[in-house]
Each structure stands twice: as structure tokens, then as C-alpha cells.
Design a binder for this molecule. Structure first.
Ligand code: PEP
Ligand code: MG
Length: 594
């Protein structure tokens, strides 16, 4: 949908330079593929009498989501230059009014209740009726409003239908996707062979859309104000995911400059590949385990190609996305077993489902109610414990995959030892069942670990360490919850600071609790993949880092240039500080001299 279509359209071939959050480095140059939502292919069916209330609620949820998106876009609009800000704000106000109890909303609700139309079809037919009515009135003002109603309707339909971007499969090779917003599930559908990069108006640097972009190695810029104005499919665009720049219709000189930078980056990546066979060892001989985070089974070939020391985090939630049915135990087993076998004896840490918050999986249907604070709601282990069948099925698939090589089972968003105990009971139950079924599975059962990603868990890490076999520190959420910064919200992205002393103290406390309890501890948040932090993490006692495959060699290069004793000394100095600016200066200074 071209929400900001009234913003001034530039003259043809006039380059436009926009900035946002560079979330996945690299330079992509290619034709725009604009993701617009239209009315084509709207599903149409009769709602059964017993399902009318649920259908009305589904529609209300789409209205609420649309209003939330408009509120976010409204905040972004103010960042636009000149009159574009005013025009876009005016347009969004109109959309907001339409979605707040107007004739459209009442009409759709009536069609669901009385005519038993499904919500998508009810929106489509109500919009068509209103448009016809307004056009017939021969009033220029009302005719102008028709487009607003169509736009608001498109947004509703997009939020109702879990629209798969089938278009991604038929893209021109090397296309760059430009969209208002991409969900993590949308991003999971991108094939790096066809998609060269992407940019969106909404989204923060540590959200899962950004993480998926890094995982796939696709240059990406999110949170770009004014991105959609005047962009059309087929135009040339440059996405520089390092600096956070998007250039639409670049002139020949700009194009040549970015092609030169792109070639330099490719050459640097080639140089890094020379490190593949080398150990992740510091100058003074300390071995650091460098593992990868995986989202999609197909990515395992990257881990193998990079000779990673293992998979430190396998996010299983993507097996549940972009489908309407739940994956069976066999299906999950097959996907997991393929990864475990491909890793050929190197450990694979498989995390139980972590949906909720910004990560929604269509196959889980209505298991979540609307939550005012989804990140604090029925997420991760909380959902698994609420749905024991779902958990048992996952555990069974994991245990069976464990017959093909070493695995560890990791639990997301643990806050108390009681949650771990409940999972241990489930694990014992599943083991008995597998024995009865006489299918091969990991014997003895694999280690069971906890993500340390909630401040409460970090602060009670000493108690938790007594009840689990290992820790994996998840700084993405730990930072979000400690600093109260939504990791996926571009409006507060500048406040998301891994070097805040509160965050560092929690990492230190959890790491030391694990070392005292003699259980392994790894760190698998995004900072593990940023060479800027490597010296500090090693200095804090971490010996096991897990990151996006695209970052592994750059981190290895940093590890190999480090002196671990100097890193520990610098970490002690940093931990004595309380000012984040001073901490950053001490770290950057260390990175320069070391
Ligand atoms: C984290 O929170 O740091 C983490 C690794 O998990 P996710 O990004 O999937 O929430
Ligand atoms: Mg997390």
C-alpha cells in the first residue's frame, strides 16, 4: 500500500537519499520490487453460525493492528522534510478516522454478523459499496475520500490475511524489496538468490526481521521515513545496510561510487574466507568457541561451509511460520535431524518454540489473545507450558533428532526454576513414550538449558544455575527488558544500548554464576556477532559465542587479534564505570590499540 502517496513525487531520475537504521551490512543495487497490498485474491467463504463471534473478533484485532501501525507511521511522518510531513500526517489522520468506528467498520461488522461473510470479503464488498455510493454523488471532495477508504481497506485486508509474498518467488533476480513493514515470517520467505536486499518504513535494529536479514546475509535498512513516497517497481535503488542509506534513482556518479564500495566489500569477504580453516584462538592461545545461530533448516549449509564449532541457537519458531497447520512430530524431527546430521558431530542447541511478541506464527492460529504488551505476554516458554501437547511434540522431535548427533535443549524466556522443573517432567514423560514406541532417541537425554534474557533470570542466575545444565545469554531481549526499549521499534532504536552498565552487570553476574556452578555459558544475542564487543565479552569470561553465520568470520578475525589477558583487564576497567559514554570510549579505545 502506498500510504504516503501524497508526499511530493520527485521529478524522474532525480536521486533521493534517505536514511534509516542500517541493520544488515552490505551494499545491494538493483530494481525495486514494491510490496503493495491490493484487493486481488481475497478469500471468500460463508462463516458458520457458531464462528461469527470469533470472526468479528478477528476483524476487531485487524482494526486494532491497523490503528497501531498508523500511530507508528504518524510518529515517523514528523521526520519527513518540509510539507511532506504535513501532508502525510493529514492522510494518516484520515485513515485513522476511517478505522475508528466509521461507516466502513460498522458495515463490515454487519456483513459478518448478518450476511455471514468472512472478514476479508466483508471489507472488500463494503469498500466497493461505499466507493460506488460516493462516486455517484458527483462531489469532488467525496471522490477524493474514496482512495483513503480503499487504502484503509487494503490495510485491513493485509492485516487480516496472512498474505504470503508469493511474489518473492517470481521476482527478477537481484530485486530489492521495498515495503512499509515486513514481518519476520515475510523475511523468512526471501531467497537470497532472487532478493538482493530490502528496506522498510517500520522496524527496529534488533527485531527478528532485522535478525533474519543478517542471517540471510541480505543488506537491509529499516525505519526509513518517507521511503514509500514516489517509489515504483523497476526503479533502481541502492540499499547500504552498513550506513543505513537508501538511494532511489541514483545518478551515474553515485552508482559508480557504490559499485566501487560494493566491490571492496566483496573483496574483504573473500579475504575473510581464508580464516575458515583457522582456529578461533586468541593471540595468547585461548580458544573461543564460535557457533552460529540458525533460523531456517536451509541455512545449515552456511554453518558447515564456515566450519562453525556448532549451532549455538536454533530458533525453531520459523518451522511454524508461513503455514496454516502445525508441523507434525515427524516433520519437525526430519527438519531437526537434517541439521544435526549435517553438523556431523558438532553440537546443536535447539530452542523450544519462542513465538509471541513480534514473532507470530500463522499455524498457531488463535492461541494468543490480543495483548496490550505482547512482549510481556504469552510468549516463548509460557506458551509451551500452556500447551503441553505442543511442547511434548517438540521435545519428542528434538530427542529423536538427538539420535543423529549431540544436541542440547534450550528454553526461552525462563524466569523461574519452576518452569524448568515442569519441562523436566515433560521430558521424562516424552522419554517414556518414545521408549514404548521403540524409536531411536538421544540416550542419555540431552542437557537442558535456560536462556538468560529476562532481568529477573539474570539476577537469580545463581539459583537457576543449580537447576539447569547450561546457560545461553540472550542479550537481544535482556537489553529490551532491562532498559524498557522495544527492540523492534525504530522510534527508540537510538536508546537500545548494549553498553548500558545495567546490561553489562547482568551479563557479568549470569556468566560468573555459571562459571561458579561449573555449567557451560554461551552468549547468543546479536552483540555476539559484532566484533566491537568481542574483546569485552571475552574479558567478561565468555568462551562461547553464537552469532549469525554472516558475522562469524569477522568475529573470528577479532578473536585472533586479541590478547585475552588485556581483554580481561579492560573488562574490569569498564565494569568500574557507570557512564555508558565512558564505557563506549574505553571499549573503542581498546579496540583501536589491541
Ligand atoms: C535474544 O533474545 O538475545 C535471543 C537470542 O533470542 P531472540 O532474538 O530469538 O529473542
Ligand atoms: Mg530472546
Amino acid at each position: 500500500m502506498r500510504t504516503d502517496r501524497t508526499a511530493a513525487k520527485p521529478a524522474a531520475a532525480e536521486k533521493r537519499v534517505l536514511t534509516g537504521l542500517g541493520v544488515s551490512p552490505g551494499i545491494a543495487i538493483g530494481p525495486v520490487h514494491l510490496v503493495e497490498s491490493g484487493f486481488e485474491q481475497v478469500p471468500e467463504y460463508v462463516v458458520l453460525p457458531g464462528e461469527i463471534t470469533a470472526e468479528r473478533e478477528r476483524f476487531q484485532a485487524a482494526v486494532a493492528k491497523s490503528l497501531r501501525q498508523i500511530k507508528k507511521l504518524r510518529a515517523k511522518a514528523s521526520a519527513l522534510p518540509g510539507s511532506a510531513a504535513e501532508e502525510l500526517a493529514f492522510l494518516l489522520d484520515a485513515h485513522q478516522a476511517i478505522l475508528s468506528g466509521s461507516r466502513l467498520i460498522r458495515g463490515v461488522d454487519r456483513r459478518i454478523e448478518e450476511d455471514r461473510y468472512n472478514a476479508e470479503y466483508a471489507v472488500q464488498s463494503e469498500v466497493a459499496d461505499i466507493a460506488q455510493h460516493f462516486m455517484a454523488m458527483d462531489d469532488a471532495y467525496l471522490a477524493g475520500r474514496v482512495q483513503d477508504i480503499r487504502d484503509a481497506g487494503s490495510r485491513l485486508i493485509r492485516n487480516l490475511s496472512d498474505r504470503k509474498f508469493q511474489a518473492f518467488a517470481t521476482l527478477r533476480e537481484g530485486s530489492i524489496i521495498i515495503a512499509e513493514e515486513l514481518t519476520p515470517a515475510d523475511t523468512a520467505l526471501m531467497d537470497p538468490k532472487r532478493v538482493a536486499g530490502f528496506a522498510t518504513t517500520l522496524g527496529g535494529a534488533e527485531g527478528h526481521t532485522a535478525i533474519m536479514g543478517r542471517s540471510l546475509g541480505l543488506p537491509a535498512v529499516l525505519g526509513v521515513a518517507g521511503l514509500m513516497a514516489g517509489v515504483a517497481s523497476g526503479q533502481t535503488v541502492i540499499v547500504d545496510g552498513g550506513s543505513g542509506t537508501v538511494i532511489v534513482d541514483p545518478d551515474p556518479a553515485t552508482l559508480a561510487e557504490y559499485e566501487r564500495r560494493q566491490a571492496n566489500q566483496v573483496a574483504d569477504r573473500h579475504r575473510l574466507r581464508a580464516l575458515i580453516g583457522e582456529p578461533g584462538r586468541t593471540r595468547d592461545g585461548l580458544d573461543i568457541n564460535l557457533q552460529v545461530n540458525l533460523e531456517l533448516p536451509r541455512e545449515v549449509s552456511n554453518a558447515v561451509g564456515l566450519a562453525a564449532d556448532g549451532v549455538g541457537l536454533l530458533r525453531t519458531e520459523f518451522l511454524f511460520m508461513n503455514r496454516t497447520d502445525l508441523p507434525s512430530e515427524d516433520e519437525q524431527y526430519e527438519d531437526l535431524a537434517a541439521i544435526v546430521s549435517a553438523m556431523d558431530g558438532r553440537p546443536v542447541t535447539i530452542r523450544t518454540l519462542d513465538v509471541g511478541g513480534e514473532k507470530l506464527a500463522s499455524s498457531l492460529g488463535d492461541r494468543f489473545g490480543e495483548s496490550a504488551n505482547p512482549a510481556l505476554g504469552l510468549r516463548a516458554i509460557r506458551l509451551s507450558l500452556r500447551e503441553p501437547k505442543l511442547l511434548d511434540r517438540q521435545l519428542a522431535a528434538m530427542l529423536r533428532a538427538g539420535a543423529h548427533g549431540p544436541i542440547r535443549i534450550l528454553l526461552p524466556m525462563i524466569t523461574s526454576i519452576a518452569e524448568v522443573r515442569t519441562v523436566r517432567i515433560a521430558l521424562a514423560r516424552v522419554v517414556q513414550r518414545l521408549k514404548r514406541r521403540r524409536v531411536p532417541f538421544a540416550d542419555p537425554p540431552p542437557p537442558l538449558g535456560a536462556m538468560i534474557e529476562v532481568p529477573g533470570a539474570a539476577l537469580s542466575a545463581d539459583a537457576l544455575a543449580a537447576g539447569v545444565d547450561f546457560f545461553a545469554i540472550g542479550t537481544n531481549d535482556l537489553i529490551q527488558y532491562t532498559l524498557a526499549i522495544d527492540r523492534g521499534d525504530e522510534q527508540v532504536a537510538d536508546l537500545y544500548n548494549p553498553l548500558h552498565p545495567a546490561v553489562l552487570r547482568l551479563i557479568q553476574f549470569a556468566t560468573e554464576a555459571a562459571l561458579r556452578a561449573r555449567i557451560p555459558v554461551s552468549l547468543c544475542g546479536e552483540i555476539a556477532g559484532d566484533p566491537r564487543f568481542t574483546g569485552l565479552l571475552v574479558g567478561l569470561g565468555l568462551r562461547d559465542l553464537s552469532m549469525s553465520p554472516s558475522k562469524l568470520l569477522a568475529v573470528k578475525r577479532r578473536v585472533r587479534s586479541l590478547d585475552s589477558v588485556a581483554a580481561m583487564r579492560r573488562a574490569r576497567m569498564i565494569m568500574d564505570q557507570s557512564d555508558p559514554g565512558r564505557i563506549a570510549a574505553l571499549l573503542d579505545d581498546f579496540n583501536e590499540i589491541e
